[in-house]
Design a protein around this ligand. Structure first.
Ligand code: SF4
Length: 350
């Protein structure tokens, strides 16, 4: 099995994925790619949330021709997502994209794939062989083994053209199948794996489904880049990806919130304070553990162990920084001090 420390490093623009590099967070826009202004502004929001690679749909010639302008206005590597009309891939490469993704199930012919791969090879631009269970080519069973076999066959086709600047993926909307497929895949190829549960849905259901599918593979040392697929604003995909990676200790990024569920002992409106802190520290990028605790049972302990924290009591709260009490304040004042402290630290780190 090729775990992430041993996969081949593949350069995507200014970022290297695989080869033991930190698991990269990626997302995909849901704007019309032809609309440069909307697409760039969504990518900027993704960048602000910590997105490290972005993929855009390239369904039309007009979209392909806009890729250079999009790329010139963003800071992270740009991937062209190609289906059906692979002639658009040549334009995408000409426009300077950092990677192309092809889906075997939507490749119209081996001839055009061959030409496109050779063009990517000439430009040394990586290609992802991205298989989805929902769009497998004829002849492959819609199973984990069918998905893996499809990846392997197309990888072999590309390798036979003398090219191995590759990334692979096998995605199902079923987390368990995604987990199994990626475990098999990692035993067969050394290329970096782009991990994700596809079509996971939206809201809390999609988040849980994605988390299950990602965590059980990542925790086995498999997966070099992740995309959480959620119906809705893609910024949420980036946030969820970081939460998964942070909780597996694979990345440190932004605020890690520790808060109790409250119980009959709690004498403040903890949920309001929690939401206030969460909203205020939304854009923080330094890794910091912040505790918001309801009473003296676990409050002082958790608040001391975190980088900073507040342990509430009745009409008062103790504010801690790095295990030291900064004093007892009114609940609102303690929360304000905590927010100010984290924001100041974040500002200093930039
Ligand atoms: S810390 Fe206190 S308020 Fe919070 S759940 Fe525990 S006992 Fe209840």
């Amino acid at each position: 099995m090729w775990k992430r420390d041993d996969t081949l490093p593949i350069k995507v623009g200014n970022l290297t994925i695989g080869g033991g590099n930190p698991v990269a967070v990626q997302s995909m826009t849901n704007t019309k790619t032809e609309d440069v202004s909307a697409t760039v502004s969504q990518i900027k929001r993704l960048e602000d949330a910590g997105c490290e690679i972005v993929r855009v749909a390239v369904p039309t010639r007009e979209a392909a021709l806009k890729l250079r302008e999009i790329k010139n206005n963003i800071s992270i590597p740009l991937i062209a997502d190609l289906h059906f009309d692979l002639s658009l891939g040549f334009i995408a490469l000409e426009m300077g994209v950092d990677k192309i993704r092809i889906n075997p199930g939507t490749v119209p012919s081996r001839e055009i794939l061959r030409s496109l791969v050779l063009e990517a090879k000439d430009r040394n631009i990586p290609v992802r062989v991205g298989v989805n269970k929902g769009s497998l080519p004829d002849g492959y069973q819609p199973t984990k083994d069918g998905m893996v076999q499809c990846v392997l066959d197309y990888v072999k086709f590309i390798e036979d053209l003398g090219y191995n600047n590759l990334v692979v993926s096998a995605k199902s909307s079923d987390p368990e199948e995604t987990i199994e497929a990626n475990k098999i895949l990692s035993s067969q190829v050394r290329y970096p794996i782009s991990l994700g549960v596809t079509e996971a849905g939206g809201g809390w259901r999609g988040i849980v489904k994605s988390t299950v599918g990602l965590a059980l593979v990542l925790n086995d040392g498999i997966g070099d880049t992740v995309r959480v697929s959620l119906t809705g604003d893609p910024v949420m995909e980036v946030k969820v990806a970081y939460e998964v990676l942070k909780n597996l200790k694979l990345r440190r990024y932004g605020v890690n919130l520790i808060a109790c569920p409250t119980c009959g002992r709690c004498q403040v409106d903890l949920e309001s304070y929690y939401l206030e802190v969460e909203n205020a520290l939304e854009d923080v990028i330094i890794p910091v553990d912040v505790a918001i605790m309801g009473c003296s049972v676990n409050g002082p302990g958790e608040a001391k162990l975190a980088d900073c924290g507040v342990a509430f009591g009745k009409d008062k709260a103790i504010f801690f920084i790095k295990g030291e009490s900064m004093g007892t304040f009114s609940p609102g004042d303690a929360v304000k001090r905590l927010i100010d402290y984290v924001k100041e630290e974040d500002k200093r780190s930039r």
